[in-house]
Design a binder for this molecule. Structure first.
Ligand code: 13P
Ligand code: SF4
Length: 308
């Protein structure tokens, strides 16, 4: 069966859109109406006029789309597409932190489940985390969760003291400073793009400038934009390798060197074109969030849109 053709047919028949994250398989990106990072996908989910949204990404992303669109049907092609970061948070511990710090502010990275967003004051993504944290008065206790590397990067850039949760993404944590330094020494003319979830984060902030290299810490969409407009011909890419497909498409003729070929998120790769087709055909698997949780989570997500 020509799944891509069938997906296109079903999309128009059912007034549906497919939203896909930058790490999705090439053939899934190719049938999507919109491909992007967590921030732009949540904006696209909010703005779509379609009544059916198939979210080719991981569960917390589809859940965010469902929170923002209580009147639309949001589907995920494979409900097992989880996220090690989103799984790192103990909701009760966040509640206890709030009780211990009555005037405190909780900033939750978008890679969290709906129940955690509902306990947060702000949601943020890798694209707007610095702006969100900088906007919070310095005298307020701040808890950042769940990614310790992103938290340490924000603390280093803003000089802001904060409690940082001890979570990590199992894919990005393995992207370490020695690994990136080795690539930098091999490709002296390359620009270095680093996702702030990477385990190398703060070490690369200090060590790369010593080698005369200015690393760019960017969200996945920030990276795509950067390679399109940069005059450089070569880039070392420290994030999940799926993004290289989109980079090569949007910046043809340039060379993209993965910091590690092993940086592959098995959760993102669970979504296949066949599953996208089945999802549209059978209208499965519905992602819905109880309204009392969604209402509080929505308020924290909407607060971050002022920094979009
Ligand atoms: P972006 O928001 O930068 O796309 O990151 C999402 C993610 O899950 C990174 O692992
Ligand atoms: Fe989650 Fe890491 Fe996969 Fe991103 S790459 S979806 S943070 S497990």
């Amino acid at each position: 069966m020509d799944y891509a053709a069938e997906v296109r047919r079903l999309k128009s028949e059912k007034n549906a859109v497919v939203l896909a994250h930058n790490y999705q398989r090439p053939e899934v990106q190719d049938v999507a109406d919109f491909v992007g990072d967590s921030l732009n996908l949540s904006l696209a989910a909010r703005e779509t006029g379609a009544s059916l949204v198939v979210f080719a990404g991981v569960y917390f992303m589809a859940e965010t789309a469902a929170i923002l669109n209580p009147n639309k049907r949001v589907l995920i092609p494979d409900p097992n597409a989880g996220c090690s970061l989103a799984d790192a948070v103990d909701v009760e511990a966040v509640r206890r932190w709030r009780e211990r710090h009555p005037g405190g502010v909780v900033v939750a990275y978008i890679n969290t489940r709906a129940e955690v967003k509902a306990l947060a004051d702000y949601v943020c993504t890798s694209a707007n985390c610095l702006k969100v944290v900088e906007a919070i008065p310095r005298d307020k206790p701040l808890l950042f969760l769940p990614d310790k590397y992103l938290g340490m990067y924000i603390a280093a850039k803003t000089g802001r003291p904060m409690d940082i949760w001890d979570g990590a993404c199992h894919v990005h944590e393995r992207l370490t400073a020695p690994q990136i330094l080795t690539k930098v020494k091999l490709y002296r003319d390359a620009e270095v793009l680093i996702h702030p979830e990477c385990g190398c984060g703060t070490a690369c902030l200090v060590e790369l400038p010593r080698l005369g290299v200015e690393p760019r810490f960017l969200s996945t969409e920030g990276m795509v934009k950067y390679v399109r407009q940069s005059p450089a011909r070569r880039f070392i890419v420290a994030t999940e390798t799926g993004i290289i497909y989109r980079m090569a498409k949007e910046a043809p003729g340039k060379e993209f060197i993965p910091a590690s070929e092993e940086a592959v998120c098995e959760y993102m790769k669970l979504t296949t074109i066949e599953k996208v087709y089945r999802s549209l055909r059978d209208e499965v698997y519905r992602v819905a969030v109880p309204e009392e949780v969604a209402k509080r989570a929505r308020a924290a997500i909407e607060r971050m849109f002022q920094f979009a």
